[in-house]
Write a protein that binds this ligand. Structure first.
Ligand code: DGL
Length: 275
C-alpha cells in the first residue's frame, strides 16, 4: 500500500460493546478529518467476566475483522482487552500501530494527581491483572493504587441507566468492600470505557475535590501523536466519516450508542458483522 493510500485509510477502534464510543468521540473531536471505523463486539459482551484466554481470542478476532478494512492504526478502546491482549496484538499486527487505553489512562491519572492515592474502578479481568497499578507506579513511584471490580456498572451503562439511585446504590455496595480510608481517594480512575457515562453518579459518591479521570482524551492525543510521527495523518480540510459495526443487536447498539456519542443513531446505520 503506498503512503498516500495509507494516509486516507481509517482508524479502527474496538470494544466489547458501546463503551469504546467514549474513546471514538474524543478521537473524532481531536481529529475530525480522519475516517473512523468502530466495532462493538456486542454478541460477546461483557469481556470483563471472561477468562484471559477468551478475552485474548475475542480481541484477536475483532482486530482481524478491522484489519480487513485496511485500517492504518488500531485502538483497543477497551481496558479489559488492552490489559489482556495489547502486547499480543502489537506483535501479531506489526507494523500496524496498536494503541490500548490503560497506559493513556495511567498518564491522565498521574498528571491529574501526582503522588496520589488512586482508586481504579474497572472490570474483574482488568483488576485481576493489576494493569493500572503497574502502569501508574511505573510513572509515579509515590503513587498508591487500589483497584476495585465493578462489573455491574457495565450493564448499567449498556442499559442507559446512568443516574439516579440505582447507579449510586450499586456503587455504594461495591465501595463497601473497601477499608474506610480507601473510600476517600485523591483520584478515581474510570478504568473501563463504559464508565464515563456514569461519571456524575460516580462523582456523587466521592468527596468534592476528588479527581475523576478516564482515558478517552489522553488516548486520542496518543493516536494523534502516533499518526503525526508516522506521517499518516489524513488531509486536514476534510470531514471524516464514521462507520459503526456490531456483532449483535443493531437497534440496541443505536439506542445506547447514541447516549455515548451524544447524537441519535439509526439502527439501519449499524452494520452487523460476524467474527
Ligand atoms: N468497556 C470495557 C472496558 O473498558 C469492558 C466492558 C466489558 O465488556 O466487561 O474494560
Amino acid at each position: 500500500m503506498n503512503i498516500e493510500h495509507r494516509k486516507s485509510s481509517s482508524i479502527g477502534v474496538f470494544d466489547s460493546g458501546v463503551g469504546g464510543l467514549t474513546v471514538l468521540k474524543e478521537i473524532r473531536r481531536v481529529m475530525p478529518h480522519e475516517d473512523l471505523i468502530y466495532l462493538g463486539d456486542t454478541a460477546r459482551l461483557p469481556y470483563g467476566t471472561k477468562s484471559p484466554q477468551s478475552i485474548a481470542r475475542y480481541a484477536c478476532q475483532a482486530a482481524a475483522r478491522l484489519r480487513e478494512e485496511d485500517i492504518k492504526l488500531l485502538v483497543i478502546a477497551c481496558n479489559t482487552a488492552s490489559a489482556v491482549a495489547l502486547e499480543a496484538l502489537q506483535g501479531q499486527l506489526a507494523p500496524l500501530p496498536v494503541i490500548g487505553v490503560v497506559e493513556p489512562g495511567a498518564t491522565a491519572a498521574v498528571a491529574a494527581r501526582p503522588g496520589a492515592e488512586h482508586l481504579v474502578l474497572a472490570t474483574e479481568a482488568t483488576v485481576r491483572l493489576g494493569a493500572y497499578s503497574a502502569a501508574i507506579t511505573r510513572r509515579d513511584e509515590k503513587a498508591s493504587v487500589r483497584e476495585l471490580a465493578c462489573e455491574l456498572l457495565v450493564s448499567l451503562a449498556e442499559e442507559g441507566w446512568v443516574d439516579g439511585s440505582i447507579a449510586t446504590d450499586i456503587l455504594q455496595r461495591y465501595l463497601a468492600q473497601l477499608a474506610p480510608h480507601e473510600r476517600a481517594p485523591d483520584c478515581v480512575i474510570l478504568g473501563c470505557t463504559h464508565f464515563p457515562l456514569l461519571r456524575d453518579a460516580i462523582a456523587a459518591v466521592f468527596d468534592e475535590g476528588t479527581a475523576i479521570v478516564d482515558s478517552a482524551s489522553t488516548t486520542a492525543e496518543v493516536v494523534r501523536a502516533m499518526l503525526e510521527r508516522l506521517k499518516l495523518g489524513n488531509e486536514q480540510h476534510r470531514t471524516g466519516a464514521v462507520r459503526l459495526l456490531a456483532t449483535d443487536g443493531a437497534s440496541r447498539f443505536a439506542r445506547v450508542g447514541g447516549h455515548f456519542l451524544g447524537e441519535s443513531l439509526a439502527a439501519s446505520n449499524i452494520e452487523l458483522v460476524d467474527l
